[in-house]
Design a protein around this ligand. Sequence first.
Ligand code: URA
Length: 274
Amino acid sequence: MERLNTPSEDDFALQLAALAWQLDLGVTEAIGENPIDRFQTEPQVPQVAVPPSPKASLTPVAPETVAPDAVAVAARDAAAAGDLAALRAAIAAYPHCELQKGARNLVFADGNPAARVMIIGEAPGRDEDLQGLPFVGAAGQLLDRMLAAIGLSRRAADPQSQVYITNVLPWRPPQNRDPDAAEIAMMLPFLQRHIELVAPKFLVLMGNSACLALLGRSGITRLSGKWAEVSGLPALPMVHPAYLLRTPEAKREAWAALLELRMRLKGNQDVENR
Ligand code: URA
């Protein structure tokens, strides 16, 4: 007697044939025709639409623009991280930031976490995404030269001259667009925990995104070189080296900010040597 396939066996054979046909056609990526709203697979929470404009980052970060659970999960996971390795693992496992899906690498930090100076940039670009390290492209090379001008380096042997570098976002935004308000808000608890764990003497906020995330304001040409406070630490906004590459005339502001930093570091060293 002829054996009848069950519907699921028929489905399976059909799907296998369809897959083989697609492979013959040269299909290499397994993606659906319709976009999947991955938030719908999470427990349902009301979401407020985030404006798609890249200029969104130029307005203060409003936590209500992100699904409340995304920020709460980040705050819970960040607080549970007892050291930098655990924090890195918590960021890698964080499911709510879509940027991770398009990034090649998580860019966590570079330099010595025992350094007196912690530099906060914006987000990885192409080179950083490829290498998994912050500030390694053209802007990073300029940053290294700026730091060297005041005797600092991420590779210095002397602890007084070392720096530690991270970014507001650990994943590259597509086409290097500005981080949006929702991305900044959901990754902020990780950044704040990062600062807490490193506990530097001084923070340097490179560019508008870092100022927006940690000071709640932007307008870097006005803020640059003027000390502010972040979580009880002295924080110095500075024009971003990528901006300096496009706008060399802003080097004067950058130099003034670097001299400010050098002066504070010298004062700190004198106090510690007493
Ligand atoms: N710009 C940044 O802000 N961070 C990087 O890591 C690279 C470029």
